[in-house]
Design a protein. Structure first.
Length: 247
């Protein structure tokens, strides 16, 4: 699970490509854009960087990003028929491979002006991610991360999705260990320098229950409530956590 200095240097490059995908897609989100349009932006960034997508073709997934609007939690398939409207929120999840090493990250944003409740959901979900990241210290435990996430999200009156979790990442997009977004602290593998994890809280305004749609990918809230998703790829270092998927 622990990567060398050279491995981490390459993972930083992959992370920066993902950060650039996020920046470009954020700029492209507006009322009237389709989720397929956003996938095109992601493909352009990957091509310009000479990187490969770790989403495209993954178990048959047909795009380089996941686009999950409103009550969709994760894994939405970009489509030319899904048009974003003023007041929507949309989660974007994407990744990149550079020289065999992976980066993976997600964010949720509003389309134009959104409700105060939606704004609070986004704020709290991102705050829960950063709380989890701060728990990634040498000598800590995997479950410290999820405990930090859960305290922030549930403390604000929201629910944490338990069916989908974060993960280790390296030469594969999904490696051991799993990183749940809930649970008591002090359990699971010890965190050591060189470990790299993708931490990704998914938080709902309503209940935590989920439904998988007939396309076999898209996951929505069972009660139709809004959901947000934030994720970064982070390394444990002797000096604390280092986030790779930012510019």
């Amino acid at each position: 699970m622990r990567k060398s200095a050279a491995d981490l240097a390459t993972m930083r490059k992959a992370g920066r490509v993902v950060g650039e995908m996020h920046a470009r897609i954020r700029d492209a989100v507006r009322p009237g854009v389709t989720t397929a349009d956003l996938d095109v932006v992601g493909r352009e960034v990957l091509a310009a960087a000479g990187a490969r997508s770790n989403f495209l073709g993954y178990h048959g997934f047909p795009a380089v990003i996941c686009t999950s609007p409103n009550d969709m939690i994760v894994h939405g398939i970009p489509s030319p028929t899904v048009v974003l409207d003023e007041g929507d929120i949309v989660s974007i999840d994407c990744g990149a491979i550079v020289q065999g090493w992976h980066g993976d990250a997600a964010f949720t944003m509003g389309v134009g002006a959104i409700s105060a409740e939606a704004e609070e959901l986004l704020r709290v979900t991102e705050a829960s991610l950063w709380a989890g990241i701060r728990a990634m210290v040498d000598g800590g435990r995997i479950s410290d991360i999820g405990h930090a996430v859960q305290c922030i999200a549930e403390g604000a009156g929201f629910s944490v999705v338990k069916e989908y979790v974060g993960h280790g990442i390296g030469t594969a997009m999904h490696e051991k260990p799993e990183v749940p977004n809930y649970g008591p602290p002090g359990r699971g593998p010890k965190l050591r320098p060189g470990m790299v994890l993708a931490v990704e809280p998914m938080v709902n305004i309503g209940g935590e229950d989920t439904v998988l749609l007939d396309d076999g990918w898209s996951v929505v809230t069972a009660d139709g409530s809004l959901s947000a998703h934030f994720e970064h790829t982070i390394a444990v270092t002797e000096d604390g956590p280092e986030v790779f998927t930012v510019l």
